[in-house]
Ligand binder design. Structure first.
Ligand SMILES: Nc1nc2c(ncn2[C@@H]2O[C@H](COP(=O)(O)OP(=O)(O)OP(=O)(O)O)[C@@H](O)[C@H]2O)c(=O)[nH]1
Ligand SMILES: [Mg+2]
Length: 437
C-alpha cells in the first residue's frame, strides 16, 4: 500500500442536480473525514445515512459509503459522500475536508491512483476516459470489453509468447555449434502466430477511431440538385436554406445525430461548379476539402439535368434525385433513385449509410483499438516483428540480431500496458480526464 496523501473532489458535474457525489481517497481517508460524520463507525460497503455538521450547523443530510482498501476503485480507502446537488453544499463539504488535511484531486487522479496501485493497467485507464467522453454505443461496448481486460489479455499473451521465443533463441545461442539443429521453420511458425493477432489490432485502428469520434458524412454534388433538401430531411429540421437558385449554400453546415449507436456528423456543402464569385469559390474549396476528410460522401445528381456519373462506390453513396414520378425509391446500377422533396428515398439513403458503416465494422464483436498511443506502439512492434520474420525467411539468420529485435518489440508491449511507460506520457493520459474521475 502507498502512503499517498488524501485527495477529494466532486465526482459529479457542478450545477443544480438531485444528488452530487464527493469522493475522498487515501490511506487516511477515513481518519481525515470522520469529523464530518461525528466519528460514526462505518461498515465496509454499506450505505450510511448521516447528518453532516460544521460548528454545530447542519450542512446536509447525506449517504456515506465506505470502501475499504484494497477492494476499492483506487485500491485505497475511499469515502463516497452522496449529498444534495447544490454547488454551495458541495463546496462547503470540500472546503471542510481540505481544512482537515485532504487536498483537491488533480484531473484523473483517482484513476491514476487505481493504475499506480495496480488495480487497472494503462489500457483499462484509457478505456475509462473513452467511456466517459463517448457518445457512441458501439465505442462504449468496445471500451467496456477493454476495461474488463480483453485487450490487455491479448497483449499479455503476445508478450508472453515473445518472452518464450526470446528464451528459446537465447538457449540456442548457448548450444555448441556442432549440436545445433536448424530451427528456422520453428521460428517462422512461432513468429507468424505472434504477428497474426497484432495485425488484426493494427488494422482495427481506423474503424475504432471512427466509432469513438463518430462518422463524417458529407452531402455533395452540383448546385441545385437537392443537397440542402436532403440535409434537412435527414436531420428532420429546416436548418439549411433551400431555393431554386443554384449556389444557395456557401458555407458548410453540420448537424449531429446517432444512427444505430454510431454518432454521425452530417455536412451540407456548396454546390460544386466553376464560379467567378469569390464567396462561392471559397465555399466550393471548402466542399472539396471536406470530401477528402469525410468517411462517407453522398453524391447527388439531378435527373432533370444531366446524368449520374460513374463514381467509386466504396466511399460514395450515389443518388439520382428529382425522380418525381416514383412512388418508392429504386436502386439501379447501385444508384438510388429518389424524390427527396416528396420524401421518397430517405429511408433507402439511411439504410445505405448503415450498410456502409456495417461493412467497416464487419468484426465489431472483436476488440478494436481507438487510441493513437496504442496504435503507434502496435504499429511499431508489428513493423519490427514482420521485418524480423522476413529476414528469417529470406536470409541466413543471425540469432543475436533476431533476439535483439524481439526485445525491442517486447518493450512496446511493456509501454502499452503501462509497465515501463515514461512519466510524461502517463501524466498526459490522466491529465486529460476530468477532476473527480
Ligand atoms: N422536383 C424536385 N425538386 C426538388 C427535389 N429535391 C429538391 N428539389 C428542389 O430543388 C431546388 C434546389 O434544392 P436545394 O436543396 O436548395 O439544392 P442544393 O443542392 O442544396 O443547391 P445549392 O445549395 O445551390 O448547391 C429547390 O427548389 C428544391 O425544392 C425533388 O426531389 N424533386
Ligand atoms: Mg444547398
Amino acid at each position: 500500500m502507498s502512503n499517498r496523501d488524501t485527495i477529494v473532489a466532486p465526482s459529479t458535474p457542478y450545477g443544480e442536480s438531485g444528488l452530487a457525489v464527493i469522493r475522498v481517497s487515501g490511506d487516511d481517508a477515513l481518519i481525515n473525514s470522520s469529523f464530518l460524520f461525528n466519528n460514526k463507525k462505518l461498515k465496509n460497503r454499506y450505505a450510511h445515512h448521516c447528518k453532516l455538521y460544521s460548528a454545530g450547523q447542519l450542512i446536509d443530510d447525506v449517504i456515506i459509503t465506505f470502501f475499504k482498501a484494497p477492494h476499492s476503485f483506487t485500491g485505497e480507502n475511499i469515502i463516497e459522500i452522496s449529498c444534495h446537488g447544490s454547488v454551495a453544499i458541495v463546496n462547503k463539504i470540500i472546503k471542510l475536508l481540505i481544512g482537515a488535511d485532504c487536498r483537491l484531486a488533480e484531473p484523473g487522479e483517482f484513476t491514476k491512483r487505481a493504475f499506480l496501485n495496480g488495480k487497472i493497467d494503462l489500457l483499462q485507464a484509457e478505456s475509462i476516459a473513452s467511456i466517459i467522453s463517448s457518445k457512441s454505443e458501439v465505442n462504449i461496448k468496445n471500451q467496456q470489453r477493454i476495461l474488463s481486460g480483453e485487450l490487455s489479455n491479448i497483449l499479455i499473451k503476445i508478450r508472453n509468447d515473445l518472452i518464450n521465443l526470446i528464451s528459446f533463441i537465447e538457449h540456442q545461442l548457448d548450444i555448441n555449434e556442432e549440436d545445433e539443429i536448424d530451427q528456422t521453420s520453428k521460428l517462422i511458425d512461432v513468429l507468424t502466430n505472434i504477428i497474426s493477432p497484432l495485425l488484426k489490432l493494427k488494422n482495427s485502428y481506423n474503424r475504432g477511431k471512427m466509432f469513438e469520434l463518430g462518422i463524417k458524412v458529407a452531402i455533395t454534388g452540383k448546385p441545385n440538385v437537392g443537397k440542402s433538401t436532403l440535409f434537412n430531411a435527414l436531420i428532420n429540421s429546416d436548418h439549411a436554406i433551400t431555393s431554386n437558385l443554384p449556389g444557395t449554400t456557401r458555407d458548410i453546415l453540420s448537424s449531429d445525430f446517432v444512427l444505430q449507436g454510431v454518432p454521425i456528423t452530417l455536412y451540407d456543402t456548396a454546390g460544386i461548379r466553376e464560379s467567378e464569385n469569390i464567396i462561392e469559390k471559397r465555399g466550393v474549396e471548402k466542399a472539396l476539402n471536406l470530401i477528402k476528410r469525410s468517411d462517407i460522401n453522398i453524391v447527388i445528381f439531378d435527373s432533370l439535368n444531366g446524368k449520374a456519373l460513374n463514381y467509386d462506390q466504396k466511399k460514395n453513396i450515389l443518388i439520382l434525385n428529382k425522380c418525381d414520378d416514383l412512388s418508392k425509391s429504386v436502386i439501379k446500377k447501385g444508384i438510388i433513385h429518389s424524390s427527396i422533396i416528396n420524401g421518397v428515398g430517405i429511408d433507402t439513403i439511411l439504410d445505405m449509410i448503415i450498410k456502409k458503416i456495417n461493412t467497416t465494422k464487419s468484426s465489431s464483436n472483436s476488440t478494436f483499438i481507438s487510441s493513437f498511443r496504442q496504435s503507434e506502439l502496435i504499429n511499431n512492434s508489428y513493423n519490427i516483428l514482420s521485418n524480423t520474420l522476413n529476414i528469417i525467411k529470406t536470409e541466413m539468420i543471425d540469432l543475436e540480431i533476431v533476439s535483439f529485435e524481439l526485445r525491442e518489440s517486447l518493450n512496446d508491449f511493456d509501454v502499452l500496458l503501462g509497465k515501463t511507460t515514461p512519466d510524461d506520457i502517463i501524466n498526459n493520459i490522466f491529465s486529460k480526464m476530468c477532476v473527480g474521475k
